[in-house]
Write a protein that binds this ligand. Structure first.
Ligand code: NAD
Length: 526
């Protein structure tokens, strides 16, 4: 299914390949820096009219786009599969379903989530003061995306940006520009006004040009190394950034876990999307008392998985999305094996096929000196270690430069929560893996090297607006007691404020009443 997209005036193109076969599947323009700057300029011109529309009107466009996607569900899922190598079924379950849900959620709920909020003022209320916050669009949002969820990740950011009243310029990954262009097409067909969203396809240089083009915020999703480069470049222009970066997500299986379900969860969490999810299970720690049974179950489940071309039917795992990522997987597994890791299944790329196929691989006898336990592998590898105590499990889980997501498995929800609270990560799931990125209502983002800021949920929307504080004095005819002049009486009163008003207690402040009246009379006289 070759797609032909007209080249830009510069004529430069990205050639897209199916990673499962190596065949060319289409071409996309490679936008030059001056074209990116022009796109940002057009977005800036178009944004005020879009921001002037009501939430309801904006929501109607998003819901219309949702209908376009639903009508073309099969074609779009096929395109995603073709560009990434993932099974069509997985494109529908892991990408399209969550992003369709996200669209309806933000189309309907943004008005409420961004409604003006009153702020409690404590004792200032007795002085006739009130405060509230309103949320104004930032302007133009630059969105830079990776290839692993080429529809859901960028479209989620686009929808939230647009619903908040911004215009957006999206730079999709160079590995998946065709899905990126599909996002543009879908929103154009839904009636989004011209230039409110523009997709600029290209490589890292196009992304760098978007950062340099002076947007009002950058929403970046990708690797730690590129995220740092983006943050550095954005700092030059004081552009705020959200960085959704890598992970090395631990899964902790406590001794009272349901072994079979935990094993199934581990296999799905590690191998869905061929292990190329930021919240894939990348390390598993199982209590030594159940390790043997758990590992046997994991291996059995893994060996049942059917690997093949993602566009074929009844496939569980497709190819990896790129040779480059496959080489990272090979390096991690080979280094672990050189240091005595045991391969229970998988462990070597499939050599009798043309594409980037690496089989689901389970390793034991691993330790934290190995890259496979320290660096992001981002491939179908599940290394398993054992632990003796809860404390040891928490220490191992936290012994990482990353902190994106984690999971704890136990039949005791109270115990699970106790352990979850001790793990350093943006999200900890109890008896679940991987999928909470797909819940539009909940915040997503990491700590440590996994990034800055949040997407999804109200926290994600707040990244896309400027919060403006409005403060009101309902007694405009009374001068404040702390204004000039600083007489001796005044300075005594200020000392009283420091001791009593600042205690937050209205009773304490009440003791200052005689001094306040004296000061007020003094103001009347002068
Ligand atoms: P990447 O960092 O190589 O590329 C990401 C994007 O940045 C691409 O569009 C790329 O063209 C662009 N880019 C490259 N150089 C740039 C520069 N100098 N300035 C601006 N943009 C530039 O990452 P990738 O290989 O596409 O994606 C995989 C990574 O993404 C993994 O580390 C994964 O964990 C992470 N990821 C994180 C999340 C999350 O929510 N935390 C979600 C998905 C993926």
């Amino acid at each position: 299914m070759a797609q032909s997209i007209p080249a830009k005036s510069s004529g430069a193109e990205i050639i897209c390949h199916d990673p499962a076969t190596g065949e060319e599947i289409g071409r996309a323009p490679l936008f030059m820096p001056e074209e990116v700057a022009r796109a940002v300029g057009r977005a800036r011109d178009a944004q005020p009219a879009w921001a002037a529309k009501s939430y309801r009107e904006r929501g109607r466009v998003i819901m219309a786009a949702r209908e376009v996607i639903l009508k073309e569900l099969e074609e779009i899922a096929f395109l995603i599969s073709l560009e990434t190598g993932k099974p069509v079924a997985e494109a529908i379950s892991l990408e399209m379903t969550p992003v369709l849900d996200l669209m309806q959620h933000f189309a309907r709920k943004t008005a409420n989530l961004l409604a003006p909020r009153r702020i409690g003022l404590g004792q200032y209320w007795f002085m006739g003061r009130s405060s509230y916050e309103i949320y104004k669009p930032r302007g133009v949002i630059g969105i830079i995306s990776p290839w692993n969820f080429p529809l859901a990740t960028p479209l989620g950011d686009v929808v939230m940006s647009l619903m908040a009243g911004n215009a957006a310029v999206l730079k999709p990954s160079e590995l998946t520009p065709l899905t990126g262009l599909k996002i543009q097409e879908v929103l154009t067909r839904a009636g989004l006004p011209d230039a409110v969203l523009q997709v600029v396809t290209g490589d890292g240089s196009t992304g760098a040009a978007l950062v340099a083009a002076g947007t009002d915020k950058i929403m970046f999703t990708g690797s730690v190394a590129t995220g740092k480069r983006v943050a550095e470049a954005a700092a030059k222009y004081l552009i705020p950034v959200v960085l959704e970066l890598g992970g090395k997500d631990p899964m902790v299986v406590l001794d009272d876990a349901n072994i079979q379900n935990a094993a199934r969860g581990a296999v799905w969490g590690a191998f869905a999307n061929c292990g190329q999810a930021c919240s894939s299970v990348e390390r598993c720690y199982v209590h030594e008392s159940i390790a043997e049974l758990f590992i046997a179950e994991v291996v059995k489940e893994t060996q049942r998985l059917r690997q093949g071309n993602g566009t074929e039917k009844a496939i569980d795992i497709g190819s990896m999305s790129s040779e480059r990522q496959l080489r990272v997987v090979e390096r991690h597994v080979n280094q672990a094996v050189d240091h005595d890791a045991e391969v229970l299944t998988g462990g070597e790329r499939l050599r009798d096929v043309a594409g980037a196929f690496y089989p689901p691989t389970v390793l034991t006898n691993v330790n934290h000196d190995m890259d496979v336990m320290r660096e992001e592998t981002f491939g179908p590898v599940l290394p398993i270690m054992t632990f003796r105590t809860e404390d040891e499990a928490v220490r191992l889980a936290n012994d990482s430069q990353f902190g994106l997501a984690a999971s704890v498995w136990t039949n005791s929800i109270a115990r699970g929560q106790r352990v979850a609270w001790r793990i350093d990560a943006g999200t900890v799931m109890i008896n679940e893996v991987l999928y909470s990125h797909g819940i539009a209502q909940t915040p997503w983002g990491g700590v440590k090297q996994s990034g800055l800021g949040r997407t999804h949920g109200r926290a994600g929307l707040l990244e896309l607006v400027n919060a403006q504080h409005i403060h009101v004095n309902r007694l405009p005819f009374i001068p404040d007691l702390w204004w000039f002049n600083y007489s001796e009486d005044a300075s005594q009163l200020f000392r009283g404020f420091a001791r009593r008003f600042s205690s937050g207690s209205i009773l304490q402040t009440g003791l200052l009443l005689p001094q306040m009246i004296r000061r007020w009379r003094e103001r009347q006289r002068n």
